[in-house]
Write a protein that binds this ligand. Sequence first.
Ligand code: MN3
Length: 221
Amino acid sequence: MPHTLAPLPYPLNALEPHIDAKTLEIHHDKHHATYVNNLNKALETHPALQSKTLEQLLTELKSVPEDIRAAVRNNGGGHANHILFWETMSARGGGKPAGALADAIGKKFGSFDAFKEKMSATAVAQFGSGWGWLCIGDDGDLCVCSTPGHDNPIMRGVVQCPGKPILVVDVWEHAYYLKYQNRRADFVSAWWNVVDWAKVGALYDKAVKGVPHIDSWGIAL
Ligand code: MN3
């Protein structure tokens, strides 16, 4: 099995009260696990693709054979997106970024609060299941966008907002329904309290230096 589910980088109750342990357990151990299993299952029919990294598969989605392209897009995207989501949260989260990322946010959005408002509004407005992103766009500037399903901004030629993601929020109902029911905005608002800005700042520094991207999200893929 080329792709594996890494354990969460913190205990299940680490993000309480903002993200409850039961939601986190089902989300990681069931939902994320299913995407990994289904990605591996799809690749069984094309063994040559089993040696590709997750980043290669998603970046070059157009070259994945058509009979498994949708499965790789949905399940490979689901795998990658959840890795970034888990890795950019922590019990020591919240507050504001520092260093080069703080400067870049100020330059692009005017202020940290203006950025937060834009990213929250974008994530909340995504119709149906999807994700809200902070990326480095092709022009080198930060950008905020959302994607449907499990699309990821590294999927060249697929998404409308290509870029290198450094922060993401999962707005599928499975991410919040047990605790927040239909109140997606309340969940996004609570999520800011667990964003690990030290980690996001480190991802920003790596991404602007051109380090291979998903590989820098925190675990070997
Ligand atoms: Mn999810």
